[in-house]
Design a protein around this ligand. Structure first.
Ligand SMILES: Cc1cc2nc3c(=O)[nH]c(=O)nc-3n(C[C@H](O)[C@H](O)[C@H](O)COP(=O)(O)OP(=O)(O)OC[C@H]3O[C@@H](n4cnc5c(N)ncnc54)[C@H](O)[C@@H]3O)c2cc1C
Length: 375
């Protein structure tokens, strides 16, 4: 017999993992998604299953350790959609962080992985770097750190999660916009196909609307304890050409004249370049700006100049909104990717998080009251 009925709002990776975890533990779960599942932030990431090397610099050790544990779980349990990716972190004469800082960071990064990785970071001389990555800019190159991180086929892994949730018994309702929630476990849903509004009552409701989580609370006149800042991140996908082979390594680089980090990664037969970080509001369209295009093309021109003209001719752009729990808008790069949960009576709201940690976030939520039987 089911423990009780739970309504989950939001069909991104967080909502799906929460619904799946609840169903596995014996709850009867219905999930409401206003559009299609996995069509928002969860389809616009950098596709890395990673601890986030740069978060170490900001002191988010617990988050990195948790993410590295989760990286290992995805890679072990879903190897058909997740794999190890070798990365190079090139060190140039002119860059913001010195080589020793990366060396210390990578030592800690690999240490926190507790041996769950194919190899430890190692230093490569310029000639070794160019053997692995002949297209890389050489001007001022002192060498590179080679290290490992996880990469997913984002769409396939997302559909795998959705399939697991459905097999565990989750009922998924797409095209169902939740207009309002209450602290008594009620939902008002508008169906996009016919505009009909219906009311539903559950023992518990989980608000997992990602960037829209606070918006749903505000619409329902429930105060939010969390300030959610929205950051648009854009990416560029470039197909290879017969003259331009796709590299096997990813690159982890500093954005020229900045401390920000960018990735240039092989991804499903193309080169993925990202990401930007631009503050925006929910009312603005989520699409790449001219300034972001300039920034990412600048990264490409700086590190892989041979790819620039292909990017200008055939590059495709996509953008996503990252909800960040942040105290200050001054430096969005350093804001934590950690998650937070707010409880209001029979309503639980989830804020923030990462693709990599979606399953541990779900486990943590379901391990706590009220789902663990405590009041
Ligand atoms: C540019 C960028 C790069 C990133 N790169 C990485 C990375 O490499 N690795 C990593 O681990 N993480 C990465 N992340 C973070 C990761 O993508 C997110 O943490 C994760 O996808 C968030 O999932 P979510 O379910 O919270 O949100 P979403 O995927 O946005 O899902 C929320 C869902 O709620 C639905 N919804 C909203 N309001 C309602 C409503 N009222 N009624 C019904 N449905 C509603 C929306 O339609 C949406 O489908 C990145 C994020 C960005 C933006």
């Amino acid at each position: 017999m089911a423990l009780g009925h739970v309504g989950v709002v939001g069909g991104g990776v967080n909502g799906l993992c929460i619904a799946w975890e609840l169903a596995k533990r014996g709850w009867d779960v219905q999930l409401f998604e206003r559009g299609h599942c996995l069509a928002q932030t969860s389809s616009a990431s950098t596709k890395l299953l990673h601890g986030g090397l740069r978060y170490l610099e900001q002191g988010h050790l617990a988050l990195v350790a948790e993410s590295l544990r989760e990286r290992a779980s995805w890679l072990r349990e879903v190897p058909q959609h997740a794999h190890w990716l070798p990365l190079l972190l090139p060190i140039y004469r002119q860059q913001h962080r010195p080589a020793w800082q990366w060396r210390a960071g990578l030592g800690l990064y690999d240490g926190l992985a507790l041996g769950r990785l194919p190899g430890f970071a190692r230093w490569l001389r310029p000639d070794q770097v160019l053997e692995l990555y002949p297209q890389l800019s050489t001007e001022g190159l002192k060498g590179a750190w080679q290290f490992w991180d996880g990469q997913m086929d984002e769409q396939a892994l997302g559909w795998w999660v959705l399939d697991q949730a459905q097999r565990a018994g989750v009922e998924i309702h797409e095209g169902c916009d939740v207009r309002e929630v209450t602290t008594k476990g009620e939902l008002t849903v508008q169906t996009s196909a016919n505009g009909i509004t219906s009311n539903h009552a559950f023992a518990w409701v989980v608000n997992a609307c990602g960037p829209w989580a606070v918006d749903l609370l505000e619409r329902s006149e429930i105060p939010s304890s969390v300030q959610l800042d929205l950051v648009r991140g854009s990416h560029l996908l470039v197909p290879p050409s017969p003259a331009l082979a796709l590299p096997k390594h990813g690159l982890f680089v500093e954005v020229p004249s900045s401390r920000r980090i960018a990735f240039l990664l092989p991804y499903k037969g193309e080169l993925l370049v990202g990401t930007t970080e631009e503050a925006q509001s929910l009312n603005e369209p989520v699409r790449v700006s001219e300034a972001e295009q300039k920034q990412l093309l600048g990264v490409l021109e700086h590190y892989l100049p041979a790819w620039l003209s292909m990017a200008q001719q055939q590059g495709r752009w996509f953008s996503g909104l990252r909800p960040i729990i942040v105290r200050s808008r001054a430096d969005l790069s350093s804001a934590s990717r950690e998650a937070d949960v707010q409880r209001d009576g029979r309503l639980l709201s989830v804020f923030g998080g990462k693709w990599t940690t979606a399953r541990s976030l779900a486990e943590q939520l379901v391990n706590r009251a009220p789902f663990n039987g405590q009041p």
